[in-house]
Design a protein around this ligand. Sequence first.
Ligand SMILES: Cc1cc2nc3c(=O)[nH]c(=O)nc-3n(C[C@H](O)[C@H](O)[C@H](O)COP(=O)(O)OP(=O)(O)OC[C@H]3O[C@@H](n4cnc5c(N)ncnc54)[C@H](O)[C@@H]3O)c2cc1C
Ligand SMILES: NC(=O)c1ccc[n+]([C@@H]2O[C@H](COP(=O)([O-])OP(=O)(O)OC[C@H]3O[C@@H](n4cnc5c(N)ncnc54)[C@H](OP(=O)(O)O)[C@@H]3O)[C@@H](O)[C@H]2O)c1
Length: 511
Amino acid sequence: MSPQSSPPTASAGGVRVAVVGSGPAGAYAAAQLLAIREPAVEVHVFDRLATPWGLVRAGVAPDHPKIKSVTRVFERTAQLPGFHFLGNVRVGVDVSHDELLGHYHAVLYATGAPGDRRLGIPGEELAGSHAATGFVSWYNGHPDAADTRFDLSVRRAVVVGNGNVALDVARMLALTPDELARTDIADHALDALAASQVEEIVVLGRRGPADAAFTTPELRELDRLADCDVVVDPADLADGAVSGTGTGLALRVADNLDVLAGFAAHEPAGHRRRIVLRFRASPLELTGNGRVQGVRVGHNELVGTAGGPSVAVPTGRVESIDAGLVLRAIGYVGRPVPGLPFDGGTTRIGNDRGRVLDPVSGDPLRGVYTAGWIKRGPSGVIGTNKKCAQETVSLLVEDLAAGRLARRSPAPAENLLGELARRGVEVVPYAGWAAIDAHEQALGRPLSRPRVKVVRHEQLLSLAGPGAGTTSVNSASSSALDQLTSAHHMHKNGSSKPASMAPARTTTPKT
Ligand SMILES: Cc1cc2nc3c(=O)[nH]c(=O)nc-3n(C[C@H](O)[C@H](O)[C@H](O)COP(=O)(O)OP(=O)(O)OC[C@H]3O[C@@H](n4cnc5c(N)ncnc54)[C@H](O)[C@@H]3O)c2cc1C
Ligand SMILES: NC(=O)c1ccc[n+]([C@@H]2O[C@H](COP(=O)([O-])OP(=O)(O)OC[C@H]3O[C@@H](n4cnc5c(N)ncnc54)[C@H](OP(=O)(O)O)[C@@H]3O)[C@@H](O)[C@H]2O)c1
């Protein structure tokens, strides 16, 4: 440490942390940081969207409202003094990593893994072939997918992959308009799915039923769809077809096999739609003239590896399935944040339990941390990120106590907000999101829906309030952050109580 440095320590007063990404990992990390009593911690949660909570809003399926209710926990965190949301700020674009480091004692990246994995087979680029990521964003009203279109005038769709995302998208294609109409699905998707001609959804798993990644409640849920049969070939459950490993099946797998056996034993009831779960089947090529018309599928046999997972080995037998829509649900990948080290191989931020590592020296980068999918890869449910964030935050606290956070006192955060305003970035404070939230819920109420989502970025910004962050940043009367805090409390209290009367606890230096 250089002699002129004055790192914040537990005895040196307040600490300011920037959390980049307001998904579960960022939200849990914020809660854990705000729970630190000494020193007081102020947390500024940045998100590139005007709306918080990451995949809880933009990933979790609309027909899973109970899971989405975890936002209530995050909302309670947002009520804590010291919490600030700075929406509509793209870190790496609107503000650089170095700038954040210059204004915060620590920066914690929780940017998720929004990219899609590719199959790498011929025809993947044909019209009608999509990543499930895009389909999920579309039905969930992510602004990036507001103009995406899916041709649902086709009879058969193929979903590639055997994870929970594959089940989500298959189910969304199978739900009836009535089932969908009760959810917070984006209106454009509600209309398109209500008019959908899709009758059969074939889900392809490259390995056996015991190797499938889906969880049992999600599998069982297929049986509760109002107008959809679930079809499983009993031959897929025969010895040797289940898994290459054969023995020692985990409880989840045994439960999955039970549910699949139930499906295989059922006679189809003649519902309007059917989901066909196929195993040991890999797409080899998407065929069609200008757009997808079929999938060439190669059959596999399963070979066990000593103590490891089974491997799918092609048998050479190939069949063609007619299909006009292909959704690949084979996993997500992380994307780099400009200016921050990124491991292109794992598509994660290289880290040691959450401490971001210098890719050259392998040493931890001072004051830089990561949590969630961008830290450990795109797997795990919402709750997994709580433990993950806890691991990271505990290391941050350890570094804080040891005086290892930043090399110098960071510049006031107001300076950064002023700079964002000069760049024309309309920062959306929590009050702005609260206004969006209230508007969406009000639209949903008469329709008995949780909300009607606003999907256009410009409309979200205009709902968030006039000039959301920019006007307050330009005000000379008090600090921009105070103004954001004030707006925050005004909104929460439903009154125009001035900031000084609000129960503020801020470590931000006053200007
Ligand atoms: C389709 C789908 C459905 C799922 N359903 C369930 C479910 O039903 N139940 C369950 O328990 N789990 C579910 N999961 C898993 C769960 O959503 C993840 O475990 C969790 O969201 C990962 O959290 P995260 O914070 O790491 O990432 P995310 O939730 O992706 O959050 C990342 C945040 O970072 C922001 N961001 C990214 N880059 C930047 C940047 N440069 N600057 C500023 N902000 C940025 C994004 O806008 C986003 O808000 C689902 C996952 C998917 C993909
Ligand atoms: N309701 C919920 O709780 C819920 C909903 C959605 C998502 N999630 C969670 O979010 C995480 C991500 O889910 P996910 O479904 O994206 O990922 P996932 O669980 O990792 O599943 C990915 C699937 O894609 C398959 N795959 C990968 N590459 C392939 C290829 N080239 N060809 C064919 N198949 C291929 C994998 O098969 P192999 O095993 O053979 O590699 C696997 O079946 C998971 O932890 C999931 O549980 C939870």
